[in-house]
Design a protein around this ligand. Structure first.
Ligand code: ADP
Ligand code: MG
Length: 494
């Protein structure tokens, strides 16, 4: 399989008042599993339903109710592990993590502490063409999401919505391999891209389908020892991830330069103030009293079953990007743009099939994506289908229309639709390659401009003026190479 070569980026250096500092970051990403039903019940996972309508007796923790594992969620976790080149653990088991919270009716969360379903893997985080950070994945475990406490609907009371209770989550834990806020954000972006390719999580951060706990520590520049970390909980956008890391690093550096010590603790990012504040210290840390859930059997996976899932994996972003660079001769940057979303990559390949790949890339990126972005549409909402754009490129390749006219046809396709060849024919947009017609137009321009003719004969670079005039006179439809040749011949320029 093709792989692009790269080097690791330099760590971000943060100048303090006294020293230069380096950042160390590790993330715990919570990704909701894309599945119609919850992890241990048949209730729907649909987002945005009326509060407490997607709640089964299991989710509500009615006495005596028993959880039943949703095999599809297990498959999705395995697929995710394989997509992250991770070890799949044939044996895993669910544990109870005990704590009290109003939106957790069971009084415990079912999670996997001791035997997670997925072991070590990796993610390549692209920072620039040829620059990437390899981030090791420590583990992925399956667990239940909690419900939601709603504090802003009643002046006196908090309300509880259990719709999210029991939705399957994958907690994806990275090693502390990231070295800057941008790297951390890019890591989440890459993870989200892979999950969306795999179709195991929709990656919708606004709806909370993907959220990150960010662990941050600092150390003097060049040090190889890890500093004490703080964990910032529940960040749901790339921007907040970067801001929270910056703010937390500044806080830790100020303490250390002041001769203080960092206390390991859990913190929250206050968006309004742009700073992190303490949620609970290590001393107040819960004792969750984890123990194997007696209601659930361990998961024992068949090797064949795992291999079947591996065989069904789609081509993933890194491989697709490398293939685009090698097969179509495009830049790594363009390949990155075209593979950002699997739907965009599919669209591009449909256009490029049997055509000039570089030209297809240009048109898809500059014209199509440019236009989609301007109107805030996704590739699935494109009014122009790949077949139409491909047809347009065929007309350019055959010399039927110039690139300039093609842009006009693109505009017609966008607003009115239709078949490109037909549009060109019906509206008389075909390029004039008939030399007789071009000669006539050149003769007319020459006859009308004797002064320019004299000047151009003395200074051949002025011939371009005639080409421009002829293009104008033919409404941009004359073949520019033909016009150029005829103008030069008629003016007697070599
Ligand atoms: P816990 O189980 O208490 O959450 P882990 O050892 O599993 O602790 O680590 C949780 C996260 O913290 C991981 O993503 C890991 O990469 C990160 N991490 C661990 N040590 C550091 C450190 N010194 N600085 C930054 N991140 C760290
Ligand atoms: Mg943790």
């Amino acid at each position: 399989m093709a792989e692009l070569s790269y080097r690791e980026p330099d760590p971000k250096i943060i100048p303090g008042a006294k020293d230069d500092w380096e950042l160390v970051i590790g993330l715990e990403v919570h990704a909701q599993v894309k599945s119609r039903a919850k992890l241990f019940s048949g209730a729907s996972t649909a987002f945005g339903a009326e509060p407490n309508t997607n709640v089964s007796l299991v989710d509500a923790a009615m006495p005596g109710m028993l959880p039943v594992i949703n095999g599809f969620c297990v498959e999705q976790a395995v697929r995710t592990g394989l997509g992250l080149k991770a070890q799949i653990n044939r044996f895993s088991r669910f544990d109870r993590k005990n704590y009290f919270y109003p939106d957790l009716p069971q009084g415990y969360q079912i999670s996997q502490l001791y035997h997670p379903i997925v072991g070590e893997g990796e993610v390549l985080v692209d920072m620039a063409p040829g620059v990437a950070r390899r981030v090791r994945i420590e583990r992925i475990h399956l667990e239940q999401d909690a419900g939601k406490s709603i504090h802003d609907q009643d002046p006196k009371r908090s309300l509880v919505d259990l719709n999210r209770t029991g939705v399957a989550l994958m907690e994806i834990v990275s090693r502390p391999d990231l070295r800057g806020p941008e790297e951390a954000a890019e890591y989440v972006r890459k993870l989200r891209q892979i999950l969306r390719y795999l179709d195991t999580c929709d990656g919708n951060m606004q709806e909370g389908s993907l959220r990150a706990d960010v662990n941050v520590s600092v150390r003097p520049k060049g040090s190889t020892v890890l500093g004490t970390r703080c964990e910032i909980k529940n960040l749901n956008s790339m921007r907040f991830i970067m801001q929270a890391i910056e703010a937390e690093a500044r806080r830790q550096i100020a303490i250390l330069e002041d001769g203080g010590r960092i206390e390991q603790e859990t913190r929250l990012y206050d968006v309004a103030r742009g700073e992190t504040r303490s949620m609970r210290s290590k001393e107040e840390a819960h004792d969750y009293r984890y123990f194997p859930d007696p209601d659930l059997l361990p998961l024992e996976l068949e090797a064949d079953w795992i291999e079947g899932i591996r065989a069904s994996l789609p081509e993933l972003p890194d491989e697709k990007k490398a293939r685009f660079v090698l097969d179509y001769g495009m830049t790594e940057y363009d390949a990155g743009v075209l593979t950002a979303e699997i739907a965009a990559a599919r669209y591009f390949e449909a256009v490029a099939e049997g055509r000039d790949g570089k030209q297809a890339a240009n048109w898809v990126i500059n014209e199509l994506f440019g236009r989609l972005n301007k109107e805030g549409r996704t590739i699935d909402e494109s009014p122009i289908a790949p077949g139409q754009l491909g047809g347009l490129l065929d007309l350019i390749a055959k010399g039927d229309i110039s690139g300039k006219i093609a842009k006009d046809v693109f505009e017609i396709l966008w607003t009115e639709g239709g078949d490109p060849a037909r549009i060109v024919e019906e509206r008389g947009l075909a390029q004039v390659t008939d030399t007789g017609a071009i000669e006539k137009a050149v003769d007319a321009v020459i006859a009308a401009n004797p002064d320019q003719v004299a000047k151009a004969k003395a200074k051949p670079s002025l011939a371009g003026w005639f080409v421009g005039q002829v293009m104008k006179a033919t409404g941009g439809r004359a073949n520019p190479q033909a016009v150029q040749a005829i103008v030069r011949a008629k003016l007697g320029i070599e």
